[in-house]
Structures are given as C-alpha cells and as structure tokens.
Ligand binder design. Sequence first.
Ligand code: SAH
Length: 241
Amino acid sequence: MTDYSTLIKDVFTSNGLDSLLNSLVVEKLNFLIDRMTSVNENMNLTAITDAEDIILKHIADSATIIKYIPQNARLLDVGTGGGFPALPVAIIRPDVSVYALDSTAKKLKYIDDTAVALGLTNLKTVNGRAEELGKSVNYRERFDVVTARAVSALNILTELCVPFVKIGGLFISMKGSSANEEIDLAKSGIIQLGGEKFRDNKFILKYSDTELQRHLVISKKQKNTPPQFPRMHNRIVKKPL
Ligand code: SAH
C-alpha cells in the first residue's frame, strides 16, 4: 500500500485542518485513498484520480464541514456517490452516526465494503431516492445535520434535503464558485421548507499551486417542513420553489 501520510498531513495543514488528524485517522484516510485509486480503475467513483487531487478535492474538502457538526450528531449525506463527505466524516468523527444515502446501489456496495475494511461502525448506507425517503417517518426530521456535495443546484437540493433535518439542525450544502447565484435562486424555497436564511461561509481550499473557491452554504431549521414537501422529482425540477 502506498504511504500518503505526509501528503495528507501537508494538505490538511495547508487548510488549517491538521488538528483533525491523529495516527489512526491518517491510517484510515491513507487506506481510503489507496482503495479509491485502485477501485476507481473499474468503477467510475470519481473523475479525480491523482492522489494529491483526491486528498485535496475529496478528503480535505469533506473535512471542512467537521467544525459545524455537533458532538454525537446523526448525519445524513444525500447523494453520497463514492462517499463524500460521508466516509471522511465517519473516519474523522467516530462520535457521529453517518447515514450515506444514494439512489445507486452499486456505489453503496462499495461504501459498505470500504466501511467494513476500515472497521467503521458509525456508517450505514441507505438506498433510495431523497424525495421518497423524505416522506418516510423513519427519515423525515430525524437528522441533526444533512449534507450534500455535487448533487444538484441549491434550489432543488433544498427540497430534497431540508425535510430530513430536525428543528434546530443544519442543512449544509458544499458548493463551488456558483454559490452566490444558487443562493439567490434558493432563498425563497429555504424559508418555505422551514429553514432560516442561508449563511454563506466562503473559503479557499488550497495546496501548492491549486486554489479553489469553496462555499459552505448553511441553513438552520426553524420550523417543520410543510407536509406537501418534498414533491415528486419532476415537479421539484420543473418548478423549483
Ligand atoms: N456527493 C458525492 C457524489 C456526487 S454525484 C461527491 O461529492 O463526490 C451525485 C450523486 O447523487 C449520484 O451518486 C446520484 O446517484 C445521487 N443522487 C442524485 N439525485 C438523487 C436523489 N434524488 N436521491 C438520491 N440520490 C441522488
């Protein structure tokens, strides 16, 4: 197995995230990177294949949400795909119960196998569509934190994600440079769904010559989501709130 530990520490330090690391976390992240680079050869988990890019754009990027997650939280990652941010969060925060939701069973199988190989007991996968599970009593308003990265535009994502958040909990959307325009289009919907006005936490994710504009767009849930939401997927997409 390739040893990425120095690179992991350097990338985390470059982004003020080094306090999240200890030897066990580094070992598990190292294993995850090694597994991603080999599994990715026959499964399309990510377009990013270079180890340095995986560490910066997937692992460190996922770690930027850690400071917003309360102790012992129940967290749902909507559209987790290859497990981002779900896997790094479960590795770095053993106190957090992570649920990784995706409509594609194949990707979840990879996450389940990876969680077993990593000895993670705090990560479960959930196969289904967000707009359907958001109506189920087992999932609706049952999470302290709901995250989504690279799933869809914010005005669609809010309707998919906010129904899962408990009152007082957080919806955290991880966005790139289009965040400002996306917030503008989503600002009436977030209120209708029971969330507070979005806060935009903007920062640069960086390592060596790479600098990426990132935004953690966060809304705290204030009121219950009205029962008519989430609507059917085609309605959500055709007529965003
Ligand atoms: N969050 C990951 C993956 C993004 S790809 C990352 O940042 O790398 C988007 C994923 O969202 C895909 O795996 C797709 O299957 C899933 N997805 C999209 N819409 C969904 C929905 N309505 N319900 C559940 N999963 C959905």
